[in-house]
Design a protein around this ligand. Structure first.
Ligand code: ADP
Ligand code: MG
Length: 725
């Protein structure tokens, strides 16, 4: 029996996994494994608790003596919860999380066993940096990397089969302090935006002392049985299928099999939700029926840094919980050809410490000029930096979505809905009499709240959409670290708000009233950024042509999209905002390029091996069977017409065998050449030469699938991957 049938057999004999029912209420367990408000109140003296709050919420500097107290409180709290180890938890540029575990246990001077955890250990650690991508930064410095505590994201307990580890969210930098992760740039971008936004907010409301960015992500994913997953080398090695004919009825078959799906998946989801609640991740689960075996999870939005950490943590927890249920999660943007891929929408907004969402039109017309300011500035920022935003969501895996006839197109455009389009058009048209102009605009704006529900969120083809009270970045792929697009959003909108503030100051210095100055500047921005706004069908060819006429950028693949980081405009942006130095930006660019080539190299090699050592042998065996048959018939001296079908098949199979062999070898030669080249040229070669060869190889292997006797076919078939539970 081949692997495929072993796997199918395992699925057939799966024991039913029991539902884990929650005893008590969600509110009773929510955050119980987090060193948050509640734990701090319990374990810290009130004065220290207050100091810590000020560090978390007001950016006060953290002194080492306070860190000592926090460490002591954390240690006590964690030990009471049965924790044995601690780890600095960080987000290297690989895209997932990393941690290095150390035990609390140590021996004191007298050789007595104790549990120790001091302020120094909490604040800084030195994991071996050499195993994480550094994009050349480390060749000029030491191989060492440092992790440093981020007190604004709460520590938590990771509980894996009762092995409990206290995880401390940290940034990850080189010996010289250069960024090697996603968190540090995000934190810096947040500061930059917040500073710019406060100045603008105070034009409208002197009460506002602080603003913060909010993020609500939506995580899409596929599930499949563990045995099926393990029987496919491509899934194990690359997270997606590299071979396989699509199921004859792809997405429509979903209904048919739906009855048998929910139970196992629900049991998984319930279990997962509970783990999330304990970690303070405020999820609400829902099905997604777009593709078979595809689901979605979305939380209540949170402050951006915590929301990013929660998404990274969630992905980790999802995989761990899945294993308990003998399931596997596929986060890849396109695990299966021919069915919908997965994204991770990032809902972005800015809120004030007075409780106002700055992207909510609100009911008070007088306040709406504030909404309009943030709204128009965001559009203007995206207009100016569309290419940088595009670069932030690019990857080998997301290339299967953006611009590949799927999900949003690679061209960045902004969708705002009919009502707001009308408002912006009115302002753009304007009148000479600015006083009545202001009045008119405010009146128009006051009518928006009742319209917003109907008029936004309709256009699913838009990569960047205003959805009532937030902007939704839909280009982000399901594997992405949300920090990547969030950092860019904060940075570009921060820069834009700074510019806006200066622009109106100039007008006001010439005795123009504030409202008039604001409207005058916004009017100019609306006009300038008009070409980025698009309300139509983003998938159509007409839009491709139209976008080109408008001069919008359109980068169809990662090596091209990453080019945005090489532009002076991007460098200036990163440097001015303090998010990355030129050297760091260069390193981040290199890491992305190298990751691209590396991913394609692994895919190409995995695919070639599967073709050579799984597909080719069964093709030959079947061809031999046919040959024997023909020879036997020939021996009987029968008319050739009686075995002409067999002869045809022998030839057809021979053709595919030939293509597989020559393509696989050719691909190997190209890879060897590519690996000799510098990073951009290598990435281009993988994109332009290796990828088409992979398609060619796949086509040949997939053509054999329906020809060869089913019981001999070695790979779990598409309909089995997608529908077997
Ligand atoms: P849907 O109809 O798509 O479910 P929702 O409004 O419920 O739309 O929100 C979808 C996502 O947007 C959720 O993750 C939610 O947390 C997030 N979200 C809602 N409001 C905001 C906001 N002000 N800032 C950031 N994210 C938000
Ligand atoms: Mg959405």
């Amino acid at each position: 029996m081949n692997n495929r049938f072993h796997a199918l057999d395992a699925v057939l004999h799966r024991q039913k996994v029991d539902f884990k029912t929650l005893d008590g209420r969600v509110s009773e367990i929510f955050g119980c494994n987090v060193f948050g408000e509640k734990a701090m109140e319990e374990y810290l003296a009130p004065k220290l608790h207050k100091k810590m709050q000020s560090v978390i919420h007001n950016g006060a500097t953290l002194k080492i003596d306070l860190a000592e107290h926090i460490a002591e409180a954390m240690r006590k709290w964690a030990l009471n919860k049965g924790v044995t180890h601690y780890a600095h938890w960080f987000q290297p540029l690989t895209g997932r999380t990393a941690e290095k575990h150390d035990s609390f246990f140590t021996l004191d001077q007298d050789g007595k066993a104790i549990e120790e955890f001091g302020g120094g250990t909490l604040v800084q650690q030195e994991p071996d940096g050499s195993s994480f991508p550094g994009g050349g930064l480390r060749s000029t410095f030491e191989a060492r990397g440092y992790t440093a505590w981020d007190p604004t994201s709460p520590a938590f307990i990771l509980d894996v089969d009762n092995q409990k580890t206290l995880c401390i969210p940290t940034i990850f930098v080189t010996y010289g302090g250069q960024s090697l992760d996603y968190k540090l740039p995000l934190l810096k971008s947040q500061k930059f935006l917040e500073k710019a936004a406060i100045d603008v907010c105070q034009l409208f409301d002197q009460q506002v002392k602080k603003v913060h960015v909010t993020l609500g992500w939506e995580q899409e994913y596929f599930l499949l049985d563990d045995a099926l997953y393990n029987a496919r080398p491509d899934l194990v090695m690359t997270g997606r299928t590299l071979l396989g004919r699509f199921a004859p009825k792809g997405q429509q078959l979903d209904d048919h099999y739906f009855g048998s799906i929910p139970e196992r998946v629900y049991a998984y989801m319930c279990d997962l939700e509970q783990e999330c609640y304990k970690l303070g991740i405020p999820v609400r689960t829902r099905h997604n029926e777009v593709a078979p075996s595809q689901y979605e999870l979305a939380p209540i939005y949170e402050e951006v840094n915590v929301a990013v950490d929660h998404n990274q943590l969630l992905m980790d927890i999802m995989e761990r919980v899945a294993l308990r249920h003998k399931l596997r999660v596929l986060f890849h943007e396109k695990p299966y050809a021919g069915v919908n891929g997965s994204g991770k929408h990032n809902n972005w907004s800015v809120a004030t410490d007075t409780g106002k969402n700055l992207l909510s039109p609100g009911k008070n017309p007088g306040k709406n000029l504030q909404f309009l300011t943030f709204f128009v500035n965001t559009i203007q920022a995206v207009y100016k930096y569309a290419d940088v935003l595009r670069a932030s969501v690019t990857s080998a895996s997301n290339d299967h979505r953006l611009g590949a006839n799927e999900a949003p197109p690679a061209i960045i455009s902004v969708f705002i809905g009919e009502a707001l389009t009308k408002v912006l058009n009115e302002i753009e048209k304007g009148t000479d009499d600015m006083d009545s102009g202001v009045k008119k605009v405010l009146n128009l704006l006051s009518e928006i709240p009742s319209l917003q529900q109907d008029n936004t969120d309709r256009n699913r083809t838009s990569p960047f959409a205003f959805t009532g009270n937030k902007f939704e970045i839909r280009m982000a792929g399901s594997t992405i670290n949300c920090a990547a697009p969030m950092t860019i959003m904060n940075m570009i909108v921060g820069k834009q708000l700074k510019e806006f503030y200066q622009d109106i100051q100039i007008l006001m210095a010439n005795d123009m009233s504030q409202d008039k100055a604001i409207l005058t500047v916004l009017k100019r921005y609306i006009h300038e950024s008009k070409s980025i706004r698009f309300e139509g069908d983003g998938y159509s060819q007409e839009w491709q042509d139209e976008a080109q006429r408008r001069g919008l950028s359109n980068f169809p693949d990662t090596p091209a999209a990453l080019g945005a980081y090489k532009e002076k405009k991007a460098r200036d942006l990163f440097v001015e905002s303090g998010v990355l130095s030129e050297e760091e930006l260069e390193a981040h660019y290199e890491v992305q390029l190298e990751a691209y080539s590396m991913k394609l190299e692994i895919e190409s090699r995995t695919q070639a091996e599967m073709c050579m050592n799984q597909v080719l042998p069964v093709a030959l065996t079947y061809q031999n069977l046919l040959l024997d048959n023909v020879l036997a018939l020939k021996e009987l001296e029968l008319n050739e017409s009686l075995y002409s079908a067999q002869l045809d098949l022998i030839k057809e199979i021979g053709g595919y065998i030939n293509t597989i062999k020559t393509t696989a070898y050719q691909m190997g030669e190209v890879r060897e050449k590519a690996n000799e080249l510098e990073s951009l040229k290598a990435a281009r070669m993988y994109c332009d030469v290796v990828k088409p060869l992979m398609s060619q190889l796949r086509e040949a292997a997939d053509s054999l699938e329906p020809l060869i006797e089913d019981s001999q076919w070695p790979l779990v078939k598409y309909y089995e991957l997608l529908f077997r539970r």
